[in-house]
Design a protein around this ligand. Structure first.
Ligand code: SF4
Length: 315
């Protein structure tokens, strides 16, 4: 076994592009159908007003300026040379088509951009928006990646967290994106209080069966002013203990196709109005502990990846 016990994103980028590549976050003012009334008003029960893009420049700065400011920071700090434009907050394909087209064109024309990553909801992927990305990919030889927030494959939990879509919309989006030859990154929360270890394993199995390329894990954080924050104050759910969460991640990795790249093993939380985040332990410590346990238990990503391609066949 190679000393990496899971498929590390930074190493994957070097293998893929031949050098280090940095993501330039772009934060756009926007909303999402789960907040503006099309599907619902409250949004996902954990969603704060930042639209899950809290680690970026203010959203009133133009796309070009955000790309340039972030680029110059990475160039100064890390001597970075190549970049991926990362449209991260809210639901980027929920913008009007022309605005989306302009944003993609701005990113595609920026110097030293090798790829575009677009974060969105599974029910906000349509062929018309994918046409825009196909055009940009062809014209500028760009690597396109779609990040889909899913959180869990358990469609009953999806109802509880008020995602506004079920598993079916996710499956449809994955097939549509794959038909374009683009890669997919899926966001999951492995400590949703309504999910158990069977759900964690099913998450790994479904993503493996679908052939997604990347996974981003995040623990559930609770922010004041959200429906989840209210439920937390009323004691309506119990947070999974950290030891169990770590066990969930290890089990998830064991069942996951070893070729899937882990873009994020442990996430950071928002800085303000936080009621609960990462058990008050730094994300870095949780990551180090996970890596130590993988080593100690001599286990690795894909150790239990033996369930596809006719597992039950006898002959
Ligand atoms: S899909 Fe994203 S932006 Fe929309 S409500 Fe859920 S977390 Fe918030």
């Amino acid at each position: 076994m190679d000393k990496n016990r899971y498929n590390i994103y930074s190493k994957h980028l070097i293998e893929k592009f031949g050098h280090k590549v940095y993501k330039l976050p772009v934060n756009l003012p926007g909303t999402c159908p789960n907040r503006d009334g099309i599907l619902g008003h409250g949004g996902c029960i954990f969603c704060d007003e930042e639209g899950s893009g809290f680690d970026a420049l203010p959203n009133n700065i133009t796309v070009r300026e955000q790309l340039r400011q972030n680029k110059s920071y990475f160039q100064r700090r890390f001597n970075a040379r190549k970049f991926i434009a990362y449209f991260q907050a809210f639901t980027n394909t929920y913008l009007p088509l022309e605005q989306f087209r302009n944003n993609m064109a701005t990113a595609a024309q920026e110097e030293d951009i090798v790829g575009i990553s677009v974060s969105t909801r599974p029910d906000c992927i349509s062929d018309r928006y994918l046409d825009v990305l196909s055009g940009a990919a062809e014209k500028h030889a760009l690597d396109i990646n779609i990040e889909l927030g899913l959180q869990t494959v358990n469609y009953r939990t999806l109802q509880i967290i008020n995602r506004g879509h079920t598993l079916a919309e996710f499956l449809d989006a994955v097939h549509r994106v794959h038909r374009r030859g683009f890669e997919i990154c899926v966001h999951l929360i492995l400590n949703l209080p309504w999910d158990d270890m069977d759900d964690v394993i099913e998450n790994a199995k479904v993503l493996s069966a679908l052939g997604v390329r990347y996974v981003k894990l995040h623990s559930l954080y609770v922010v004041s002013g959200t429906p989840l924050g209210d439920m937390y104050r009323r004691g309506e759910f119990t947070i999974v203990p950290l030891e169990d969460y770590v066990r969930r991640i290890i089990t998830f990795l064991e069942y996951l196709d070893p070729s899937i790249v882990i873009q994020r093993l442990v996430g950071k939380g928002p800085r303000e109005k936080v009621l609960f985040c990462n058990w008050d332990v730094s994300w870095w410590k949780i990551k180090t502990e996970l890596e130590r346990l993988l080593e100690e238990e001599n286990t690795w990503q894909g150790k239990k990846y033996d369930y596809l391609n006719g597992k039950a066949l006898k002959w």
